[in-house]
Design a protein around this ligand. Structure first.
Ligand code: 2IT
Length: 445
């Protein structure tokens, strides 16, 4: 493969799809050398095939708001690659959702899912629906309208959606209810379900917990311990919550959280009460963190700013794509950051990643660090197939094991002659190799 030519062709075919092109460029650039050692990949045009989704659905979602006005949104499902298992990936409800964002997420999901060791292909979907300020009834009617279109494209053995930004347990419940009514079946067609209808223990915590388990492996490799480390977390949603909870439990001091309105600096560090309050902030549906300062005096709110200016040992972006810029990275490095564990999907801009790699700071990419979420979705699918539930300890033990094996795969493919571990390269090559081999063995389809 020639990455330059391939990217030029993709840019011609998909102009302006910047997030998608960014994600593809990163993966192809890091796997190029390993890829070119496999003439069978080139002969089968694996690179050209893997960067295009298998198929994409776009549909109209019409619903009625509380005032009685008719609302129209766009819904999407992008089935990217199912070479190693059924399409699998979340649904995002956010006004920024567009085909470029969902294609980047679906593309990343292919390799992330391959890393989990479980049989899951890559997909993503969602809508430009904005949950901010919507009532419970509006969210329910939107979810029902969304599913009346989506249901014909998904199934427990074909495509299994889950949550992402703006889609949590409540939305999954409403989506599942409508699917069940339309399909006349009760199956594991969605993951992240409630515990009374097939959900898995630990799934709500899994993305954040898994990220901290991965971080612990990174720390161990550097001869460090998580106890006493100062951590900057961005975001305040499900992922940030899980990461803050586990990091705090293991003795780290989480000093920031953030929202679209700015960030909170809490010198004393988070504790159980503050972590529980993150759930309240989320449930308020306002998408702001400022009320934290009123609730917990001693903390400070910095309007319109990001937490990367705070002096910390560890940075964990947990909000959204491209949230950490080249300048943010330079500031973190200047302040002596020791490890960066990216929990959001593609949270770091390419210039930020370059900055960390140049400074030889271990940087764990989202597709490795946050894979515990979808891995536990895979474990939910297994439990649904078996029609039984595992205990929290059983699920957590499996999550531990999976994060350990992802870390091992990163070391195998990402350790440089100097001993520095390029986790991005390791994760990309390990995930890519598995999918590429399986595509070769299954023929040109
Ligand atoms: O980005 C992700 O991996 C997710 N939003 C979770 C996907 C899933 O199927 O659990």
């Amino acid at each position: 493969m020639n990455v330059k030519n391939l990217m030029a062709e993709l840019e011609r075919r998909h102009p302006g799809e910047n997030e998608y092109l960014q994600a593809v460029r990163e993966v192809l650039t890091t796997v190029e050398e390993a890829y070119n050692k496999h003439p069978e990949f080139e002969a089968n045009r694996i690179a050209e095939r893997i960067v295009e989704p298998d198929r994409q659905f776009t549909f109209k979602v019409v619903w009625v708001d509380d005032k009685g006005d008719v609302q129209v949104n766009t819904g999407y499902r992008i089935q990217f690659n199912n070479a190693i298992g059924p399409y699998k990936g979340g649904l995002r409800f956010h006004p920024s959702v567009n085909p470029s964002i969902l294609k980047f997420l679906g593309f990343e999901q292919i390799f992330k899912n391959a890393l989990t060791t479980l049989p899951m292909g890559g997909a993503k979907g969602g809508s430009d629906f904005n949950p901010k300020g919507k009532s419970n009834g509006e969210v329910m009617r939107f979810c029902q309208a969304f599913m009346t279109e989506l249901w014909r494209h998904i199934g427990p053995e074909t495509d299994v959606p889950a949550g992402d930004i703006g889609v949590g347990a409540r939305e999954i419940g409403y989506l599942y209810g409508m699917y069940r009514k339309l399909a006349l079946e009760n199956t594991g067609v969605l993951t992240g379900k409630g515990m009374t209808f097939g959900g898995s223990l630990i799934r709500p915590e899994a993305t954040g917990f898994g990220a901290v388990y991965f971080l612990c492996h990174m720390l161990e490799k550097e001869g460090m311990d998580i106890k006493g480390q100062r951590i900057a977390i961005s975001g305040f949603g499900n992922v940030a919550w899980g990461a803050a909870k586990k990091a705090t439990e293991l003795g780290a001091k989480v000093v920031t959280i953030s929202g679209p309105d700015g960030y909170i600096y809490d010198e004393a560090g988070l504790n159980d009460e503050k972590i529980a309050y993150m759930l309240e902030l989320r449930a308020s549906n306002n998408d702001v963190v400022e009320p934290y300062v009123t609730k917990f005096p001693g903390s400070k709110f910095f309007a319109g700013r990001k937490p990367w200016e705070v002096k910390v040992d560890i940075a964990m972006p947990c909000a959204t794509q491209n949230e950490l810029s080249g300048e943010d990275a330079a500031q973190l490095v200047a302040n002596g950051v020791k490890i960066v564990a990216e929990v959001s999907n593609m949270g770091c801009r390419p210039e930020a990643i370059e900055c960390f790699l140049d400074a030889k700071i271990p940087y764990g990419p989202g597709k490795a660090v946050n894979a515990g979420g979808v891995a536990t979705s895979g474990l939910e699918m297994t439990q649904n197939s078996q029609k039984l539930n595992w205990t929290a300890d059983e699920v957590d033990a499996k999550l531990h094991q999976i994060m350990g094996s992802i870390h091992k795969a990163c070391l195998e493919y990402g350790t440089e002659p100097s001993g520095y571990i390029n986790y991005m390269k390791g994760a990309n090559i390990a995930g890519f190799m598995k999918v590429a081999k399986s595509m070769v063995e299954q023929g040109v389809i």
